[in-house]
Write a new protein. Structure first.
Length: 205
């Protein structure tokens, strides 16, 4: 019997994950059955269960991939010295994230992210994965803020973790708006954040 190449195995696993993502984004985790996934990808149960033990395993794999793309995008931007300012940094991370996960629309990506966040309350294993991924990202954002301070870009008396959480909140809020409304482009977020960054309190006359 001919051996199946690793490339073939990887491609088949990718096929299953892409089809499952479409199902989850379209119908939600709980309304999607494994039978729906089998129909979407056009494979037998045996072919799919070779790679994933069930729906929870698929959800966890999809979440892991999304967070890996997000971490890689952030790390790529953060390696620059000095790091890009927040409007450029957030835009870079979001564009890479949308492009790297293979969704047809940014709204579809956001809808799945919201589902992952909600699923953490029910799925303990997924919750642990999300918490670990967010902790790594928070540490990365904090390191960038400290570099801003070292470069004199941000005031030295700012609390790095608070600033990092605020930047993360901007990214998470954008993803949530994109998921719910689908009418906010990365460029619009970037322009809005740039305007906020330029705010100054006028001197009293």
């Amino acid at each position: 019997m001919a051996r199946v190449s690793q490339e073939h195995l990887d491609a088949r696993r990718r096929q299953i994950m892409v089809g499952a993502r479409r199902c989850f984004a379209r119908n939600g985790f709980h309304a999607t059955s494994m039978q729906d996934v089998l129909k979407e990808v056009g494979l037998s149960a045996g072919a799919v269960y070779r790679y994933f033990s069930g729906k929870d395993a698929l959800i966890e794999a999809i979440a892991d991939e999304a967070f890996a793309v997000l971490r890689d995008a952030f790390d790529e931007a953060a390696r620059q010295s000095p790091p890009p300012l927040p409007d450029e940094l957030l835009a870079h991370v979001l564009r890479k994230c949308f492009a790297g996960t293979g969704f047809e629309t940014e709204q579809e990506f956001g809808q799945l992210v919201l589902q992952v966040w909600g699923e953490t309350a029910r799925n303990e294993a997924l919750g642990a994965r999300v918490f670990a991924a967010v902790s790594v990202m928070r540490a990365g954002w904090t390191a960038v803020v400290k570099e801003y301070q070292r470069q004199g870009i941000m005031p030295a008396d700012a609390e790095p973790e608070y600033a990092a959480r605020t930047l993360m909140g901007c990214a998470m809020g954008f993803i949530a708006q994109q998921a719910l409304f689908g009418d906010l482009a990365v460029e619009q977020m970037q322009q809005g954040l740039r305007a906020v960054m330029r705010m100054e309190v006028p001197n009293p006359s």
